[in-house]
Design a protein around this ligand. Structure first.
Ligand SMILES: NC(=O)c1ccc[n+]([C@@H]2O[C@H](COP(=O)([O-])OP(=O)(O)OC[C@H]3O[C@@H](n4cnc5c(N)ncnc54)[C@H](O)[C@@H]3O)[C@@H](O)[C@H]2O)c1
Length: 354
């Protein structure tokens, strides 16, 4: 089978993770073109990564180049248009998370993929983590019993990536849509992808602009453009699923807490489990409460994480593997995000319609 020809749309921070993944697969794919509206960033990216063709307009790139698969790595507001253009040009697409600005956009993208018979994978990279693989094995073997309650936190004390991440017109929202999607999706993935039925959510924007851009971790590479700061500082929500499970989620860019935290807790009828960052199990054996910690390092290893995601995408696009993060999962997440923002705005529970 010929090498899969790849193009990248959006040559900012996360595209570096994507290109590393494609380079690691040079036996089955090659990056033939890239596109960014920032001509300087584009030229530098193409030079550093040895990409032969560059474009500032993805429609022109899709019309002129022979491309099999595309990574969409733009800011969120452009995910829908870039993805739909690529799908309509006959390409398979890996679209970064969040899938879109809202559910309506996500459904349009899913329908376009179906109409064209193309793969649309969503960048839920945590599904490819070593920690997710380990925990899922225990869950699928029934070791936790029925999981009926879960908690997921992704809290940063001072961690807005700056630029468009703080501007709702470009991002669709703040830490909920940026960080919350990762952990909500991970809990759904681990627990067999139940359907959300209702949410109660709150958002706060008490700290906002004073701290925008203070992030020490992930920082947008698009800081030279003027962006507003219009997103929430933090969000919290209770999400109910059709299998009876409830998930309590918390996400923040800015919050007066001591340390940044990110963990997942699952509570089942036989045992509980926690990723924080190593995996631990809590249960009962021989009438004793026991805490069980698998030997070795079970914490998420970022080395090779995106490579595993990209391998999953390329092999699925080639028909050699099953896609692990489908468009339908992206749509489910956008349903949840929309419902949380709606509930926060109205002060009432939001019912998720199908
Ligand atoms: N999976 C993860 O863990 C993870 C981590 C960080 C970011 N992301 C996601 O990746 C995406 C990009 O984030 P980033 O940090 O790389 O942002 P960034 O600001 O560093 O880069 C975004 C790039 O998109 C380009 N762009 C915007 N509109 C375009 C268009 N119409 N055509 C071509 N290029 C266009 C910008 O010029 C910029 O270079 C976001 O959706 C973000 O949520 C995912």
């Amino acid at each position: 089978m010929a090498k899969t020809k790849i193009a990248i749309i959006g040559c900012g921070g996360i595209s570096n993770c994507h290109i590393a993944g494609y380079k690691a697969l040079s036996d089955i794919c090659e990056v033939v073109a890239c596109c960014d509206i920032d001509a300087v960033k584009l030229a530098n990216y193409a030079k550093v990564n040895n990409i032969p063709a560059t474009y500032t307009d993805y429609n022109e790139m899709l019309a002129k180049e022979q491309i099999d698969a595309v990574s969409v790595c733009t800011w969120n507001a452009e995910h829908k248009n870039a993805t739909i253009a690529a799908l309509n040009a006959g390409c398979n697409v890996l679209c970064e998370k969040p899938m879109a600005m809202n559910e309506a956009e996500a459904i349009e993208m899913q329908k376009t993929a179906e109409k064209n018979g193309k793969l649309l994978q969503i960048g839920f990279v945590r599904r490819f983590g070593n920690d997710a693989d380990i925990l899922k094995k225990f869950i699928d073997a029934g070791d936790l019993g029925d999981i009926y309650y879960a908690k997921a936190t992704y809290l940063r004390r001072n961690g807005c990536p700056g630029g468009w991440f703080g501007d709702k017109e470009y991002s669709g929202g703040g830490p909920l849509i940026d960080l919350g999607v990762h952990v909500i999706d991970l809990v759904r993935y681990l627990t067999g992808c139940p359907k959300p039925i209702s949410v109660y959510g709150v958002t706060y924007d008490n700290l906002g602009p004073a701290r925008a851009g203070g992030a020490k971790g992930w920082v947008s590479t698009s800081l030279n453009k003027e962006f507003k700061y219009t997103v929430e500082d933090m969000a919290s929500a209770m999400i109910k699923f059709d299998n009876g499970m409830t998930l309590l989620v918390e996400a923040s860019f800015n919050l007066n807490l001591k340390n940044d935290t990110g963990n997942i807790e699952l509570f089942g009828t036989k045992a509980g489990a926690r990723i924080d960052p190593n995996i631990e199990f809590f249960g009962v054996q021989n009438d004793m409460l026991v805490d069980i910690r698998p030997a070795g390092n079970t914490a998420l290893d970022f080395n090779g994480l995106f490579e595993r995601e990209i391998r999953g995408f390329v092999t699925a696009a080639r028909g050699e593997s099953e896609c692990r993060a489908k468009a339908e999962d992206g749509v489910m997440l956008m349903k949840i995000i929309d419902a949380i923002y709606k509930s926060a705005a109205t002060g009432h529970e939001a019912i998720i319609e199908y």
